[in-house]
Design a protein around this ligand. Structure first.
Ligand code: MTE
Length: 321
């Protein structure tokens, strides 16, 4: 394992000006307009992000409850290495993803709820307690990153949705529009992208609905305008660009599970001891570096989540991968 040691001239990430602070200073000085042509990959918000009707909410106050054991991944790496199969199976999907129109955007809540409803994304975001959280993300392909997500606790969303007592699962669905998403023209994939959680998992304090990253609204490749972050599970559970939340009694079948059931299960909790058929899960590569780290069970979030799986037969239930 490589251990990164800061050299004399390097300031540790913890001492560098957080980008969010830098951004708010910039907004004061430049009023934003000067950077209207900036790229989504750089540290400045792109024109689309500046035009976001909720831009004034960023940067949100950072919660100090969620600590990282590593430095925040530089934005230029996180924003240029994405999985978003709707826009292609390579990691460089940022340019293609710009075709997705993220306003107007409606979120539908249905199934086993007191009253199904639809809500515009801006109204939803303004109703919710927005905060910033530092989370790790571990992809099943054995790379990892650490990012400052902005968003709101899924628990707050559940309070708005009011599921009935009979609801046991939450099914989440990504947009479906093959006129903008070339990947969705590939008929061998079971579009739209679907993921699911148990209600207990959705109510766990870590489950987070993400609207922004790096102190500004999400750039499209990250899953604008609304994506999930469940950091104790492999990244494929964190579905992007969500349009529908359905509460149900039956367990939903997720996109990857429908496509390759031998490789992907429903639970997908991170575990270094259970290899995926194609990737050992023992270690992870830190995005943007050559550093390898040992992977930790539940991606290091066991204290929050292990209790939910107590008493379950890990092999029979396929709790991992
Ligand atoms: N959501 C949708 N709709 N489509 C996808 O292809 N890929 C998943 C997940 N959510 C994916 C998705 C996978 S495999 C990972 S690892 C994460 O998004 C990657 O998130 P990132 O691109 O923000 O790093």
């Amino acid at each position: 394992m490589l251990i990164k040691r800061a050299r004399g001239w390097e300031i540790p990430g913890s001492e560098a000006t957080p980008e969010s602070v830098f951004l708010s200073r910039r907004q004061l000085v430049g009023g934003g307009a000067a950077v209207a042509g900036a790229t989504a990959l750089g540290p400045f918000p792109a024109a689309a992000q500046l035009a976001d009707p909720t831009f004034d909410l960023y940067p949100a106050k950072r919660s100090d409850a969620y600590k990282l054991d590593r430095e925040i991944t530089a934005e230029r790496f996180a924003a240029d290495y994405n999985n978003f199969y709707e826009f292609g199976s390579s990691k460089t999907v940022a340019a293609a993803a710009r075709a997705l129109k993220v306003r107007p955007w409606t979120v539908k809540v249905d199934g086993l709820v007191e009253k199904p409803f639809e809500i515009g994304i801006d109204e939803l975001i303004r109703k919710m307690p927005i905060e910033e959280r530092l989370y790790r993300l571990r992809c099943v392909e054995a790379w990892a990153m650490a990012v400052p997500w902005t968003g709101f606790a899924m628990k707050a969303f559940l309070e708005l949705a009011k599921p009935l007592g009979s609801a046991r699962y939450l099914r989440m669905e990504t947009f479906l529009d093959k006129s903008v998403a070339p990947g969705q023209r590939q008929i061998w994939y079971p579009w739209p992208y679907v993921e699911g959680l148990t209600i207990e998992e959705a109510a766990n304090e870590l489950a987070f609905l993400v609207t922004g990253v790096y102190g500004k609204p999400l750039a499209n490749q990250f899953g604008a305008p609304l994506r999930l972050a469940v950091p104790w599970k492999y990244g494929f559970k964190s579905a992007k660009s969500l349009v529908k939340f359905t509460f149900a009694e039956e367990r939903p079948k997720s996109f990857w599970e429908a496509l390759t059931p031998a490789e992907y299960g429903f639970w997908a909790n991170v575990n270094p001891a259970v290899p995926h058929p194609r990737w050992s899960q023992a270690t992870e590569r830190i995005l943007g570096t050559s550093e390898m780290r040992p992977t930790v069970i539940y991606n290091g979030y066991g204290e929050y989540v292990a209790g939910m799986y107590k008493g379950m037969d890990a092999a029979k239930e396929r709790l991992f991968v």
